[in-house]
Design a protein around this ligand. Structure first.
Ligand code: FAD
Length: 434
């Protein structure tokens, strides 16, 4: 019938766009439905784009995609209230023909990706919300209902790429309610500055960019991190903590934390004189491996944030979204083009493909980190504090001999945590990191 498609993709974020693009490329009849006014209008991200995941979908994306700067330097900062101790990694090797990471502005990037999806032949409709899944008498998913079309639209398969809230999946009983301990709430601002000011402040030329990831006393004892990314003429700055920690641990509000981060002596000079233009808040699924829901069923599968695919340790999300979207599309195309049905049994090939990829391997590697931090919340505050104290003791030249300095550093750590505590933390971290 007129309203029947091979596949319906719910959502036009990175995962939905990857899926819809790949399906259309394989010649399938695809409908993509996005509730936003345009792709990217509802999305918030830092944002770092990981080239590898997109290259596997659109190999020559660099010719046309709206990219800001390519990353040549990564800073990881452990902060106390007065400063930071950390690692800077910078290399001219990143000034390569095909750089590996870029800063992007999601609104522009998603719009461009959505245009590619349409050019590949998919039908894309905006300002339309999928309200529920349509099922047959046996419970098989056979299409969707939207807030525009009373009868619904049918398809062989529905790909849920609806992001972290996943209301359709939840309302349809495909996945559980979001638990506050499995999601982070992140807030973000855009600070505008002339390009040459950003270049000078961060020691950059051309399209080079810098990433700062920060943790420590800035989150007031809550599990979370902050970031600062250089765009061409703006700086994205944000902070996020677990939703449960906002109620259980601190008194702080997300906006209060961001204000505090921006006022930090290590951050303030980098933002000085900037004009703030955007403020946004968004959830990030950070419950890790153990929070991944059922991924396939008869007539449906889940990709991206809706499948809880975020590697919080490495700040990766959109690449996992694009990769799961691509793998889902490849599975679906193989099934439909060979005349098979999109049964749970056949769609399980998608789950196998995700398990074979870096996506599930990384999710699995860090499966215990979430639990480690939940029980050992002190590490996010205490160790950055100790590192900064140790650095000060070590670098001050004050007539105290170096052996005595070493003893002072050890004594302070013991006093703070006890030898058993220190060894226990190290052991638990090693186990969780394995
Ligand atoms: P989304 O991007 O959330 O897209 C889902 C889409 O579905 C939306 O457009 C939404 O409007 C639409 N939708 C939802 N429900 C419906 C419905 N019922 N009907 C129709 N449409 C619907 N990742 C990185 O890789 N690098 C980063 O630097 C980074 N930084 C981040 C910083 C912040 C502050 C946040 C919040 C996240 C960050 N992430 C980052 C994570 C990244 O944004 C996500 O992992 C990624 O956007 C997931 O893509 P997605 O397509 O699965 O979901």
């Amino acid at each position: 019938t007129r309203n029947h498609f091979d596949a319906i993709v719910v959502g036009a974020g990175p995962s939905g766009n990857a899926a819809a693009y790949m399906l259309a490329q394989r010649g399938l009849n695809v409908l993509q439905i996005e509730r936003g006014e345009y792709a990217g209008s509802k999305n918030v991200q830092g944002a770092i784009l990981y080239a590898d995941a997109l290259e596997k979908i659109i190999p020559d994306f660099r010719d046309e995609a709206p990219l800001e700067r390519h990353i040549v330097e990564q800073r990881v900062w452990m902060m106390d209230d007065a400063g930071h101790t950390g690692m800077h990694h910078r290399s001219d090797d990143y000034n390569e023909d095909k750089p590996n990471r870029y800063t992007i502005l999601r609104a522009q990037f998603d719009k461009w990706f959505s245009r590619c999806v349409k050019e590949a032949g998919a039908t894309v409709i905006y300002e339309t919300t999928v309200t529920s899944l349509m099922r047959d008498a046996s419970g098989w998913v056979v299409g969707v209902h939207t807030d525009r079309n009373g009868e619904g639209i049918t398809a062989d398969v529905v790909i849920l790429a609806e992001g972290v809230n996943g209301l359709v999946g939840r309302a349809s009983g495909l996945r559980e309610e979001l638990k506050p301990e499995n999601v982070a709430l992140a807030v973000k601002e855009m600070h505008f500055l002339p390009q040459e000011v950003i270049d000078a402040r961060f020691n950059l030329k051309g399209d080079e960019g810098v990433v700062i990831e920060a943790m420590g006393t800035i989150t007031e004892g809550m599990v979370g991190t902050a970031f600062l990314y250089t765009n061409r003429e703006s700086i994205s700055v944000g902070i996020g903590c677990m939703v449960s920690d906002f109620t259980d641990v601190g008194q702080a509000t997300p906006h209060g934390l961001l204000d505090r981060f921006k006022a930090h002596p290590s951050i303030r000079p980098l933002l000085e004189g900037s004009e703030i233009k955007e403020y946004a808040a968004h959830l990030i699924p950070e419950g890790g491996y153990k929070a991944i829901p059922e991924l396939v069923g008869n007539g449906w599968l889940v990709v991206g944030d809706a499948g809880h695919f975020v590697n919080a340790v490495h700040r990766e999300g959109s690449n996992l979204a694009m990769t799961t979207g691509r793998l889902a599309a490849e599975t679906v195309a193989d099934i439909i083009l060979s005349g098979g049905s999109c049964s749970r049994h056949n769609l399980a090939a998608y789950v196998d493909a995700v398990k074979e990829s870096f996506v599930m391997k990384d999710m699995k590697k860090y499966k215990d980190i979430h639990g480690f931090l939940k029980k050992g919340r002190h590490v996010v505050d205490l160790y950055p504090r100790l590192m900064n104290r140790a650095a000060q003791t070590w670098f001050r030249v004050d007539g105290v001999d170096k052996r005595s300095k070493e003893s002072t550093i050890m004594r302070e750590a013991w006093r703070a945590r006890g030898i058993g505590g220190l060894m226990g933390d190290a052991f638990k971290l090693m186990r969780a990191w394995r």
